[in-house]
Design a protein around this ligand. Structure first.
Ligand code: HDE
Length: 678
């Protein structure tokens, strides 16, 4: 089975209404769907109107429960291919070892806390869930864009989610962690501290789903043909680099375009700019399980890349949008327990709990046990077993038996052992486990601060500033003083300086005590150390007016689009500005929807408040600003406080390269914008 097979499988379920006639669900043609059946023109509607009743019944039942977490998401199809067969030493997983295989995938990106209709650009973890339709069955890598988690044991998940979701009495706030119950949970559960550092960092406000990393989080296990296990952590790295928005911008994007990340994914796939992610693994021999100063089974810990380097193994390209959001993106059902031969679990207590939870939640969400038969969930590998019936059974099983062993059906479907054919059979990893039945966390899970400190130490100065501001925003929305005080106390065990800065912002005395900083860092954790060499798919606004020099504008536009950027002409009015076609009128545009701005108009725009605001806001958010020679008056009207990342005023030929370089740098975070208002 191949990518084409998945396509054919989906084709078989595609319904196209082009050229068709309207019918009821029973296939009876309908004469009119605008008027219900009544007695006389002004009389009562009658029960006999089966079309009205069916139509309304279907409408009344259109919604299914949204996911209890990760309700808001966007998905895409794609394909995965491993680079070579070098992992064969560690795993029998076919899709990870056979470079001739193109494995179809569906990826769903999501936020966690918000409801299905909430805004995309909130401070939150992003889900990064991948379903691989492999020849050996479906494999789900249900990850996030942060490599650790809030808690160590799945039994705390309900508590954590209740705390971060809107508060129970008034269902406020939506999709926000900035409220008392979340921070109350945090102050009482110091195991959250490492993840909280990630959540307060720019990782929580990605520029695009196409520009964020993905992590399997848990330590999993690869298993080879000899049954030998190797611990593994999975990483996705985006080809476009890992980039974020800035907080003030995020707040404005929410109103300007609540679908910002969803739209970005959709539009780029539609225009052929296919998002690409490289899969890497960190491999740890079983013999080395105890050589780290943390427990590999603790999901609040990373394995620093400097200790175990990443090994790139394959690439995933997302190249097709779903055709129907509900059928595909809403109905896809991931489960961490969906593994294939060669991939197995560890005893990570968070992972063990997830293996139960995902299967369980799909039963209520998708209304019964036959959800794996929904087209998006079907494996391309053939499915045969004795599990039968239940709500919405789609198969018409022909066999006269639905039990095993049987003689009536010749013993079919046959197990590996029954048939003697063990090819492609899933064999659980053999692990010896001894112990008492207890409710107790391992002492090896006790250190809650060292890696939070590692993360802090690894940040660039601007990243540290953003983290402090995030703590102040979040705790600034917490009403109870005692909660804030306790959080600051935890921060003294992460870093004294961080704690002092947060305390100062909250008007608290400088905290004392705490733990000395161990001084270690992991440079790979900083976004400053991610690639900044491409402007592909970046959106650039070109501010023009009727008098703009079209030749100069075209020259810069060409230089940027040659490098893969997307330029939009923004002008005081729609239609044409001189010989340039306008994409958006300035009062209907917002700088927060662009990565950079080119000023290509002078006096006319210098007198337009919206245009001046546009430029100042882009500056405030650290964006590259290119200025053509004629646009000097607009630059002056914007009265920017420094020139960091402001390129020009100059001719198109003189500024194009430098402007492109500035855009690739993403943001000028060192601009002094503290006292600057847009
Ligand atoms: Fe999930 N999680 N989770 N989670 N999770 C769900 O499954 C759960 C955790 C993640 O796009 C639910 O189908 C428990 C870690 C993603 O459809 C539910 C625990 C990580 C998605 C569930 C965790 C994740 C989910 C809700 C603690 C990163 C969205 C609806 C033990 C490695 C998948 C659903 C999609 C969704 C349970 C913790 C990632 C309730 C019990 C850690 C990306 O089953």
């Amino acid at each position: 089975m191949t990518e084409d097979d998945k396509q054919r499988q989906l084709d078989a379920h595609r319904v196209d209404s082009d050229g068709t006639r309207y019918t009821t669900d029973q296939g009876v043609r309908v004469d009119d769907t605008d008027n219900s059946l009544s007695i006389g023109e002004r009389g009562p509607t009658i029960l006999e109107d089966f079309h009205f009743r069916e139509k309304t019944m279907r409408f009344d039942h259109e919604r299914i429960p949204e996911r209890v977490v990760h309700a808001r998401g966007a998905g895409a199809y794609g394909q995965f291919r491993v680079y070579d067969d070098s992992l064969a030493e560690y795993t029998v997983a076919d899709f990870l070892t056979d470079p001739s295989q193109v494995t179809p995938v569906f990826v769903r990106f999501s936020t966690v806390a918000g409801s299905r209709g909430s805004a995309d650009t909130v401070r939150d973890v992003r889900g990064f869930a991948t379903k691989f339709y492999t020849r050996q069955g479906n494999y789900d890598l249900v990850g996030n864009n942060m490599p650790v988690f809030f808690i160590q044991d799945a039994i705390k998940f309900a508590d954590f989610v209740h705390a971060v979701k809107p508060e129970p009495h008034n269902e406020i706030p939506q999709a926000q962690s900035a409220h008392d119950t979340l921070w109350d949970f945090v102050q009482l559960q110091p195991e959250t501290m490492h993840m909280i550092m990630w959540l307060m960092s720019d990782r929580a406000i990605p520029r695009s789903y196409r520009m964020m990393q993905g992590f399997g989080v848990h330590t999993f296990r690869l298993v080879n043909a000899q049954g030998k296990g190797t611990f593994v952590k999975f990483h996705w790295r985006p080809k476009l680099g890992t980039h974020s928005l800035v907080w003030d911008e995020v707040l404005r994007v929410q109103g300007n375009d609540p679908d910002f990340n969803r739209r970005d994914l959709w539009e780029n796939i539609e225009t052929g700019s296919y998002p690409e992610f490289e899969l890497s693994v960190q491999l740890v021999p079983e013999e080395d399980e105890h050589k780290f100063d943390f427990d590999l089974l603790d999901a609040t810990k990373i394995i620093p890349e400097e200790e175990v380097p990443l090994r790139p193994v394959g690439s995933m390209v997302l190249n097709r949008n779903p055709e129907n959001f509900f059928a595909e993106t809403e109905q896809i059902a991931f489960c961490t327990a969906n593994v294939v031969p060669g991939i197995d679990f560890t005893n990570d207590p968070l992972l063990q709990g997830r293996n139960f939870s995902y299967l369980d939640t799909q039963l209520i969400r998708l209304g019964g046990p036959n959800f794996p038969q929904i087209p998006i969930n079907r494996p391309v590998a053939p499915v045969h077993n004795d599990q039968r019936d239940g709500y919405h059974q789609h198969m018409i099983h022909q066999s006269r038996t639905s039990y095993s062993k049987n003689s009536i059906s010749g013993g079919c479907p046959m197990t590996g052992v029954g048939s003697g054919d063990m090819e492609g059979v899933f064999k659980h990893y053999t692990e010896r486990v001894d112990g008492n039945k207890i409710r107790k966390r391992s002492p090896s899970f006790e250190d809650h601060y060292s890696q939070a400190t590692l993360f802090w130490n690894s940040m660039a100065d601007w990243e540290k500033r953003h983290i402090v501001s995030a703590f102040l925003f979040e705790l600034g929305h917490v009403e109870r003083r005692s909660i804030k005080e306790k959080v600051v106390e935890h921060l003294t065990h992460v870093d004294q300086d961080l704690a002092a800065q947060v305390a100062a912002g909250l008007g608290m005395p400088a905290p004392s005590g705490g733990t000395p900083n161990h001084g270690k860092s992991s440079p790979a954790l900083s976004q400053a150390d991610q690639p900044h060499d491409s402007i592909a798919t970046r959106k650039i606004a070109i501010l023009v007016a009727d008098a703009s020099d079209a030749g100069e504008v075209e020259a810069v536009r060409q230089a940027l689009t040659d490098r893969g950027a997307i330029c939009e002409i923004v002008a005081p009015h729609e239609g044409e500005a001189g010989s340039l076609t306008v994409d958006r009128q300035v009062s209907a545009a917002s700088s927060v929807l662009y990565d950079a701005v080119l000023l290509a108009a002078g006096q006319d725009l210098a007198e337009t408040g919206d245009a001046v605001h546009f430029v100042r806001e882009a500056f405030k958010h650290g964006k590259a600003i290119g200025v053509l020679a004629d646009a000097r008056p607009l630059l002056e009207a914007a009265n920017l406080p420094s020139d960091l990342g402001v390129i020009g005023p100059d001719s198109a030929s003189a500024l194009a390269d430098q402007f492109a370089q500035a855009i690739a740098g993403h943001r000028f975070y060192d601009r002094d914008v503290a006292a600057f208002s847009a």
